[in-house]
Every structure is written in structure tokens, then in C-alpha cells.
Design a binder for this molecule. Sequence first.
Ligand code: F6P
Length: 324
Amino acid sequence: MKKIAVFTSGGDAPGMNACIRAVVRTAIFHGIEVYGITYGYDGMIAGNIKKMQSHSVSNIIQRGGTILKSARSEEFMTKEGRKKAYDQLKALEIDGIVAIGGDGTFTGAKVFFEEFGIPTVGCPGTIDNDIYGTDYTIGFDTAVNTALEAIDKIRDTAAAHDRIFFVEVMGRDSGYIAVECGIGGGAEFVMVPETETDLKKVVKSLKNLRKSKSSSIIVVAEGDEEGNAEVIMDQVKNKVNDEDKEFKVTTLGHIQRGGNPTARDRVLASRCGMAAVDGLISGQSNCMAGVVNGDVIYTSFEDCIGKTKPIKGDHLKLIEILSI
Ligand code: F6P
């Protein structure tokens, strides 16, 4: 292993910079040249590849976003696109790759490795926490804390006006962000795609809650099978049928992707970044470095993409019990 390349791809996540920093510095520590690819797979295809030094990653550990930029590449999904990318890496004699991203990134990395054989190790960078092979993904903790801060603020105004708020959080097909900020924010309900949302029960409970609570917070994961927060709010409002009650929707959106990474995300990102380079050196490939039960482990891209990481049942129970 003499020259490696690192890139970020898919939705950016707070902590990606800390991960890039760890990859660059670990590589340099081991005497390996390291190159940064900008704009993910698109940049690989276009040859946006530059050598990085230790100082290239100075003063970034605390910054959200990604200094290497990110993109979702259509061209890399084609064989021709991947061949162009391979030619660019071959010209620079790159013999190892660190891919920082989520399941889309790893799907691309797996195909690319199988076609062209450049050893590749991934780091789980996504706010969604939907990757098997790591308890948490880089960016998840920051996103949850951002959403939680927003919920705390919404709670103030909800209480002041006796309103019912539906707060939509990100996560694509995963309800992890919703569950954690729902528990932390004391939500009355949390709606996630992993479990069937029983709107009848929500309506019944809201009617009952009226006796004990004047305002309520309902966290809706954007991927819930009943629809987005607006759609769900309309249905619930019609059925609660209470003229005196005001219903509001707040969609938190991309605010959840920005901001300074939390300590947890910085440490996780640094550990995964170092483990990715160590893994390449020791012959790991076609896999992701993640942290499970406190230990760094390598999980094949196939499992990372193919297996699911279910939300713990006691988390869902907790919301139900604590909201009475
Ligand atoms: O995967 C991260 C994520 O923020 C999801 O939670 C969300 O569904 C999606 O990306 C939004 O993507 P975009 O930034 O392309 O709109």
C-alpha cells in the first residue's frame, strides 16, 4: 500500500471532516501518500484528485460539511463511468481507497471493487444511522442533537399556545433520528417506517391526552408509511375534530445535516478513519470499518448494504410509557 485516495459521497454528515482528517494523518503516519478526491464518484470520473498533506486537514475536525465536497453520481452507476474512474486512479497508481458515505456509496464501492479490484474500505458517514455493521454512523449523534434542540424550542411555543405540533425529521427510510430525538425531546408520539403507524390510536390518545396535557409534540420520520408530517397532520386533525385545538407542522429539513459535530461524532469519525487505513494496510477490502459494542470491526459491504439494523423494541416502548 503506497498511495491511497479518500472521498466523501452521498448526503454530507457532520463528522465527515474529522474522518477525512484521520484518514489523511493515519496514512501519512504510515508513510503512505494520500490523495483527496473532490465531489465523490463524479470527481473520481473527472479526475479531481489532489495530493493531501497533514496541513490539508488542519482546523477541520470541528467543522460540519465536507472539505472534499459531496455528490450523488449518476455516471458512476454506468460501467463506462466506472471505467473512466478506474483509469483516473490507475494513472495515479492509487492502490487503496477509503470511501466515506452511506449505503449508496458502499453499493458503488462494492461494484467498483468487484470490477476493478482496487482494495476499498468504507467509513459509515450518514445522519440516517441505517448502516448494518456499526452501532452508530458518523453524523447521527449531531443530527439527533440538532433536532432535539429544535424540538425543545418548539415545545416552548407549543405550550404557550396549547398547540399540537407535528415535527418532521430526516432519516430517509430509517426512523433512528425520530426515535432518539422523540425519547430525548419527550414526544407524545413517534412515527417511524419500521413499525406500523396506527393513526386511530394516535387520534384516541390525543383526545384522552386533552384532559391531562394542553400541548403535544409528535415526531414524524420522513419515511413513515402514512406519509409526511403534513399528510399525517391533516388526517389526525380531521379525526380529532376539535375546533379549539390548533395543529402545526414543522419540517426540520437540512438543518439536521449541518453544524459542528458532537464529541461522539468526532471520536467515532476519527476511529473509523484510522481503522479504514489500518484495514487497507492489513489486507482488508470490500468492507466497512465500524464500531460495534465499543470495538472497531470490519463488515463486508454486502452485509452493510443487505442487512438491516432494527430499532430496539424497548426504545419504542419507552416512548409509549413515558408519554402518558
Ligand atoms: O441520507 C441523508 C439524507 O439527509 C436523508 O435523511 C434525506 O432523506 C436525504 O439525505 C436528503 O437528500 P438531499 O440532500 O439530496 O435532498
